[in-house]
Design a protein around this ligand. Structure first.
Ligand SMILES: [Zn+2]
Ligand SMILES: [Zn+2]
Length: 419
């Protein structure tokens, strides 16, 4: 029996504690940059298992180090933050939490992206590896990251000196729970998550009375022309073989039907899979907006502000092959291939800063019977709540078990073979 199978025989001994911890976390979600309670709970637990625990990295980040003899250093990462949403899952342990967001407004809070699963699985994997350290050799770094949903949590840990506080990792590993049969794991080599950028564009008109348009430059008409013309960036300028998404998600202008306002603000979101694609599409957006402003006789140049940027996630070939082989060995035919995701992740900011190979995989979180029924009916999109839905609720098991097993099996693909 290999080390992963040997260690994971002991999963049952930690399962009740993990489930209790997870439910508590689900009921106490914390917004990005506010993960104080979560961070304190994981720090306490890891310290009790003999980890050297570094806290407060990037405000609320935690990195716990367990040196266990010669060998590689493996970094396992989980994100901790929740979303400003009202939970509607009806679960007995549903969240009713409310918190102040970054603008001070009171908002409901929910773990609608499954980061509570990630935390509970990494904590359990760390416990198992610490309590059965005779099975492996090397150094384990368990990293709990804040503010993935804000896009800047990983970077904030890097900027706060993460790499001065942990030994240099040889590989960085992370996972996400997604719609898919619970019990399954999915790997992919190369690009896996898109790069994302949001752009706030302010265009200027000349305000005036709605009855006298000849005296004005109407920014509402200008914004409408821009929105339509931007649809051609993907459909007419981007090769059909190059996946990309451009969505204008917000338009704000004016306050009253008979007033022509003096500006309009558009917010658009862009998803791309190569730097070249990102640069080309952003340049096309600028070109179109400037040209439409000129066509309308806009009195000032438009303003562009890029915000909420996420890096590309491009899995390392060798690291991915190693994890995929470990998964095939442990999970058998429950190990599959992950489809290219249009969502984005900031995890890769950490390995990129440390020049570390990385791979990022997914685990299914949907009750397998419900998933199969929806798949047979051709209703996966309609019937299976996805991440960021108020109905998103991973099946407690075998999701927690599988996420724990995946982390242990993947880590041991490096830490492996002491006996
Ligand atoms: Zn999310
Ligand atoms: Zn997420």
């Amino acid at each position: 029996m290999d080390a992963a199978a040997t260690i994971l025989q002991h999963y049952e001994s930690i399962r009740p504690g993990q489930e209790e911890f997870y439910k508590d976390l689900h009921q106490h979600p914390e917004l990005s940059h506010q993960e104080h309670r979560t961070a304190a709970a994981v720090a306490r637990s890891l310290a009790s298992d003999g980890f050297r625990v570094e806290t407060g990295i990037g405000a609320t980040g935690v990195a716990a180090v367990l040196g266990n003899g010669p060998g590689p250093t493996v970094l396992l990462r989980a994100d901790m933050d929740a979303l400003p949403m009202q939970e509607r899952t009806g679960a007995g342990y549903a969240s009713t939490a409310v918190a102040a967001d970054s603008s001070g407004a009171q908002v409901p809070v929910m773990h609608a992206c499954g980061h509570d699963v990630h935390v509970a699985c990494l904590l359990a994997a760390s416990q198992l590896l610490a309590r059965h350290r005779e099975q492996w050799s090397g150094t384990l770094v368990a990293l709990f990251q804040p503010a993935e949903e804000a896009g800047d949590g990983a970077q904030s840990m890097v900027e706060d000196g993460l790499f001065g506080r942990i030994p240099a990792p040889d590989v960085a590993l992370a996972q996400h729970v997604l719609p898919g049969p619970a019990g399954s794991v999915f790997t992919r080599t190369g690009p896996v998550y898109s790069g994302a950028d949001s752009v706030r564009i302010t265009v200027y008109g000349r305000g005036g009375h709605g009855s006298m348009p000849q005296n004005t430059v109407d920014p509402v008409v200008l914004a409408a022309m821009i929105i339509l013309r931007l649809q051609t960036v993907i459909s007419r300028e981007t090769p059909p073989t190059e996946p990309a998404v451009l969505t204008v998600g917000s338009v704000q202008a004016g306050s009253k039907s008979n007033i022509i306002s003096d500006r309009a603000v558009l917010e658009l979101n862009l998803r791309t899979y190569t730097e070249a694609s990102r640069d080309r599409i952003l340049e096309a957006v600028r070109r179109i907006v400037r040209a439409e402003c000129a066509a309308s006789g806009s009195p000032s140049e438009p303003d562009f502000e890029i915000f909420d940027s996420y890096p590309l996630t491009v899995n390392d070939d060798a690291a991915t092959a190693r994890v995929a082989a470990a998964f095939r060995s442990f999970f058998g035919d429950r190990a599959g291939t992950l489809e290219l995701q249009t969502a984005s992740e900031d995890f890769s900011d950490i390995p990129r800063a440390g020049k570390i190979p990385y791979t990022y995989w997914a685990i299914g979180g949907t009750d397998p019977a419900a998933y199969q029924a929806a798949a047979l009916a051709g209703r996966l999109l309609e019937d299976i709540p996805a991440n960021h839905s108020p109905m998103f609720l991973p099946a407690l098991q075998p999701t927690l078990r599988t996420g724990t097993e995946a982390l242990v099996a993947a880590a041991l693909a490096w830490l492996g073979t002491a006996s």
